[in-house]
Design a protein around this ligand. Sequence first.
Ligand SMILES: [Fe+2]
Length: 310
Amino acid sequence: MNAPKYLRHRFQRTRVDRSTDADDTIDLRAALMSAEGEAAALRRRFERTAPPTDDAGRLAHAEARAEAAEAELAALRGEHVRAERDARLRELQLERYADDLCAVFKEERMRGRELGRHYAQTVRALANALEKRDAYTGKHAERVTAYGLRIARSVGLRIDAVPQLEFGFLLHDVGKVAVPDSVLYKPGRLDDAEFALMARHPVAGDEILRHLDFLDDARLTVRNHHERWDGTGYPDRLAGEAIPLAARVFAVADALDALTTNRPYRAAASWESAREEILRSSGTHFDPAVVAGFERIAIDELIQIQEHAA
Ligand SMILES: [Fe+2]
């Protein structure tokens, strides 16, 4: 996570100040060395001319110049000591700024993580509320999310980098709140008009979430989880890679859960026959690359995921 802009600016400003101080110290040191050189030259000259001479005026003049140089040298030494002390104070101040910056950065990062946890808890609460409406599917959202995340990892999707992936899986059917109960809970098959009502739920879900910026990517799954690889799905009739990858992954996870759980109108299929059914639909309903990723996951692991989510 990046440090806040105002802190970066403050840190850059203090770095500039530090370089200016360093330049000043270097200039002062050069002046001091030059003065020391001049004083030494005068001293040598004075020593050469020190023996008794007739020219008392020249001797007095040289003595005076040597004394002035010594005084200037002492003044420069004092200034140099002060400059070094100031530089040290400035350095200590910079160290304090750096410590402050580090503490603020850690705090911001902790708050970011906390916020992320709150988002996840909120999304999960909403998903649980939806599940309560639909008694027969039980923990469908939890299971399908767990299958989806596992398949996503198998096809190389970076799950930790895209938390919205999980949010999209959890909320995939949020739009069903807009489907009439008579259709949603109908035990038998839906007629055409009823199916048309049911088929609106991906768009309804997308609209429900459209003002939540942190769910932008999640909306892709919500809207497109009933698309098919061959372009015969809904609502947008997308085909192939035009369907967001998360939605392609989700479609396999959703089918797996539907096939392996009991429904009022049919019993659960065995894991082997569910897997066969999904493999048969590779290239028509499902993305072949996602199905290949799914096939690499052992059935025992899928059973564990189901039991853990129950
Ligand atoms: Fe759905």
